[in-house]
Design a protein around this ligand. Structure first.
Ligand SMILES: [Zn+2]
Length: 187
């Protein structure tokens, strides 16, 4: 009985060994392509291919980004770097610039109502001077272009600018100039 079984196994290998070998090769090739595609995917989340949308529609800049050139803050009567871009628009709607997760919804006296979104690829966007009653909560998943709130005068530290959005962009925990990633100067 044992011999018969062994013969069956040998017969099987003789008959189908080639197919098994081909199967293994096909599987290995498929696995390699899957791994390459996965690695390629993580490379694709680099800066160049990140498709940001505008945080406001038809917006104009009321105060631009500056890191080395200090700007006068008339409200606080002090010269300061402005590591953000202030935008205003007839339509006060404020939109997420990229999909992500709302990491916080806060209120600070000088910044007003603030929504922060972690985009999961190193970018974190922050929207300050929002009106009370923002449209999202901490932990919410948002998509690019989704309305998250409205621009207002809630930022007591920038009252002289009137109703506006104070927009901040960070990459890997460092402030970056939003103009390098979004066409904010269009209007
Ligand atoms: Zn500002």
């Amino acid at each position: 009985m044992e011999i018969k079984k062994e013969n069956k196994v040998v017969d099987f290998i003789k008959k189908y060994g080639v197919y098994v070998a081909v199967g293994v090769v096909v599987f290995a090739v498929a696995l390699t392509f899957t791994l390459l595609a996965t690695l390629g995917g993580s490379v694709r989340t680099s800066v160049d291919n990140t498709n940001f949308v505008m945080p406001m529609s038809d917006a104009s800049i009321v105060k631009d980004y500056s890191d080395t050139n200090l700007q006068l803050n008339e409200t606080l009567n002090q010269w300061e770097a402005h590591l953000s871009v202030d935008l205003t628009s007839e339509n006060s709607d404020v939109f997420a610039v990229l999909g992500g997760t709302v990491s916080s919804v806060d209120y600070e006296y000088l910044k007003g109502y603030v929504v922060t979104i972690d985009h999961g690829n190193g970018f974190v966007s922050t929207y300050s001077s929002l009106a009370d009653g923002v449209s999202v909560e901490e932990g919410d998943r948002v998509s690019a272009g989704q309305k998250i709130g409205s621009a207002s005068e809630s930022a007591s530290g920038e009252l002289e600018l009137g109703s506006h959005l104070h927009f901040t962009l960070m990459l890997n925990d460092e402030y970056v100039n939003p103009n390098d990633y979004l066409d904010l100067q269009l209007k």
